[in-house]
Design a binder for this molecule. Structure first.
Ligand code: HCA
Ligand code: CU
Length: 461
């Protein structure tokens, strides 16, 4: 498959998500994150919407990021002027092209073409690059879409966006559509796929197979109604299924966390790539196979996106998973003892997931013997972390969670902001963890307590 460009529109389409309104500072931070991850184009907003939207677009444009910065615009000269005022590189001018939309705008087909052409010519004459969006193109009459897009190209648009505005395409249909359009229109084609039927990622991939050279995404799939193609699964699918590189995949979890925080739209645990459960294995059969060979139940290694695999110990766990976890804790049990532990676990369905300490405690009870933790002797420590007041604590907390040796991260109140439980094999490793925590941007200080003795209860978590 050819190279694919990513246009991220978290700041424009994403802010059209009901309930979402980013501040200018938040938009700047998201834009910088997107640029660092390596997206090719950032649709920064629709400046004619409001003063703060215009301000954010202007500020982002002045950052001189590597990504091309675009402003969205209706096919109205005053909207194009608003884009010009923001000093963006490109304006994306959209106009509805279905009969119903044209009727609602009281425009004939020919008038719509003239309107689009005059706006594009105006933008070009003022030094802007232009993308023309034939809004709702997937439901419009094909010959008319080609006609208006050709006129747009002739007027100076070098990119054409073909949005599936209400997400009504299937992968096969959108692939065929892009294959046809790429023969009929002499410009780069963007796919913009809405997710009303859950097809946005699949349709975007199919559009690329058909000939789209850029795909519109938002972080976490934000957007009107059910949103559009989410950046994270799309970029990872391109890599895993087609071996096409786009953005830096290990930057996605943090980007997602920032957008989760700023948007106030929570990520579901089952969300691909960034959801809490995306790399957790629970069923006994699954866990046993994954411990033997991760490929059995993983589409790709979690490390590809900077995350870690987790095996959940619960009533669903089997012998292999429990044995594996205990082994990693330095505890070796006989077959008979292991079966005792397993049946004790199965007797407590209310415990949804065992922490290490609880599992050890249960193993001691079930076997009736004091379990000497064997080599490697672990060092446990509690690190209190202080953050700068203007940083988002959750994003620091998530970064800490990815450090090897960190077992648990808690956001807390009081003198410190974050409490970190670390579990390592040596003092050297403990120092490494501390060093890595201190290196995280926004961390201003740490205070470490090494655990000398532990008293566990069997309470659930
Ligand atoms: C909109 C419509 C749009 C435009 C997409 C594009 C759509 O919200 O203004 O400009 O490529 O889905 O049709 O988002
Ligand atoms: Cu849209």
């Amino acid at each position: 498959m050819r190279k694919v460009m990513i246009l991220d529109t978290t700041l424009r389409e994403g802010e059209q998500t009901p309930g979402v309104s980013f501040t200018v500072e938040e938009k700047l931070q998201i834009a910088r994150g997107l640029d660092e991850a390596g997206v090719d184009m950032i649709e920064a907003g629709h400046p004619a919407v409001s003063r703060d939207v215009a301000e954010a677009v202007k500020k982002i444009a002045s950052e001189k990021l590597s990504a091309e910065i675009l402003a969205h615009s209706r096919a109205i000269i005053s909207d194009v002027d608003a884009a010009l005022n923001c000093d963006v590189q490109r304006v994306a001018i959209f106009l509805g092209v279905t009969d119903a939309k044209l009727r609602s705008m009281k425009m004939t087909k020919e008038e719509a073409i003239r309107t689009a052409v005059s706006c594009i010519e105006y933008a070009k004459a003022h030094g802007l690059k232009v993308r023309f969006t034939a809004e709702d193109a997937t439901r419009a009459e094909y010959d008319y879409v080609v006609k208006i897009c050709r006129a747009a190209v002739e007027a100076g648009a070098d990119r054409i966006s073909i949005p599936d505005t209400v997400g009504s395409m299937t992968p096969r249909r959108i692939m065929d559509l892009f294959a046809k359009l790429s023969k009929d229109i002499n410009a780069e084609l963007d796919a913009h796929c809405h997710n009303d039927l859950g097809m946005a990622v699949a349709n975007a991939l199919a559009a690329v197979e058909g000939g789209a050279t850029a795909v519109h995404t938002t972080v976490n799939g934000l957007g009107e109604r059910a949103g559009i193609t989410a950046l994270e699964p799309f970029a990872v699918a391109l890599k895993v299924l087609y071996d096409v590189d786009t953005v830096e995949l290990d930057k996605l979890p943090e980007l997602s966390a920032i957008v989760e925080k700023f948007s106030g739209i929570p990520i579901a645990p089952t969300q691909p790539i960034v959801g809490e459960n995306a790399f957790s294995h629970k069923g006994g059969v699954h866990a046993a196979a994954v411990i033997f060979d991760p490929k059995t139940y993983e589409a790709f290694p979690p490390g590809l996106v900077g995350r870690q695999r987790e095996i959940v110990i619960s009533k669903y766990a089997g012998r292999v998973a429990v044995e594996d976890r205990l082994k990693r804790l330095g505890v070796a049990l006989s077959e008979e003892e292991l079966m005792k532990v397993l049946s004790a676990i199965k007797e407590r369905p209310e415990i949804r997931s065992y922490r290490d300490v609880d599992l050890l405690e249960l193993a001691e009870r079930a076997t009736g013997r004091r379990l000497e933790i064997q080599v490697p002797k672990k060092i446990e420590a509690i690190v209190m972390v202080k953050c700068e007041s203007n940083v988002y604590t959750t994003s620091v907390a998530r970064r800490i969670l990815w450090i090897k040796g960190v077992e648990r991260v808690l956001e807390v109140s009081g003198d410190f902001d974050i409490e970190v439980l670390i579990n390592v094999d040596s003092i050297t490793q403990m120092n490494e963890v501390l060093e890595n925590i201190r290196l995280i941007k926004g961390v201003t200080g740490t205070n470490t307590r090494v655990v000398l003795k532990k008293f566990n209860s069997l309470s659930t978590n």
